[in-house]
Design a protein. Sequence first.
Length: 304
Amino acid sequence: KITAAVEALHNDSDNIAFLENILDDLVKNGASGEAYQEALHLSASFLNRSPLDQFSILPLIPMKIGNLYFSFTNPSLFMLFTLSLVLLFVHFVTKKGGGNSVPNAWQSSVELIYDFVPNLVNEQIGGLSRNVKQKFFPCISVTFTFLLFRNLQGMIPYSFTVTSHFIITLGLSFSLFIGITIVGFQKNGFHFLSFSLPAGVPLPLAPFLVLLELIPHCFRALSLGIRLFANMMAGHSSVKILSGSAWTMLCMNDLFYFIGDPGPLFIVLALTGLELGVAISQAHVFTISICIYLNDATNLHQNA
């Protein structure tokens, strides 16, 4: 039976040497042979791919100094790709002193992104002059543009979604949280600590309220990273699971599965559109959250 099966595959396959090696190993060592077990392992790894495999971090250029790893990985490659894409896009659209006098679609998109951040800063951060608010524009603009292009680039097939990794979104949110805290101390001095104690609180309740206010304030750094990571990872995993199901049904030699395949296929298309909207909205929500936290750090209780 083994010989007949291998001969049948021999006629339809180009991997003749590979199949002959498996046959010889089966004849000599049986099912416990090394070549046969390796073939089973390869087939199992191919057929049982996890939806989470798309988030695997692979070292492209391994680098190690002592116990520290500085490998150039696929997230590094795609972040560098996104940075290059944004710089080239803005350069070619705005070259020769700002582009066309009558903006085309590309120039309008760049102007829309550029105008979006100042409007957001002016709307969300109150109590400061326009000149002071503009000091926050570079940081917020770069953050929004990076997240927007990174999320959209992750929707391209066979690409890597950097923002689906918690360590990356957490590093970004913690860096911004530390910066916002520094801005709060620069603007208000040690009075910035009064954010944890609302005015008019009785003295016996002060220690409990300070603790209750301090914990949510510190968790802002976590909430920023978790929200972005969870939405991107969940959306991509759902699309991967349903697309694999639709593809499996389509490849089955059964009329019933072929007729029933448009259902999962349409769901995949709808989820892809939904994930595209999530990619854009998450960059927007992340930016709004930064502006709200900046407003709290600079104005403290003034809005109340």
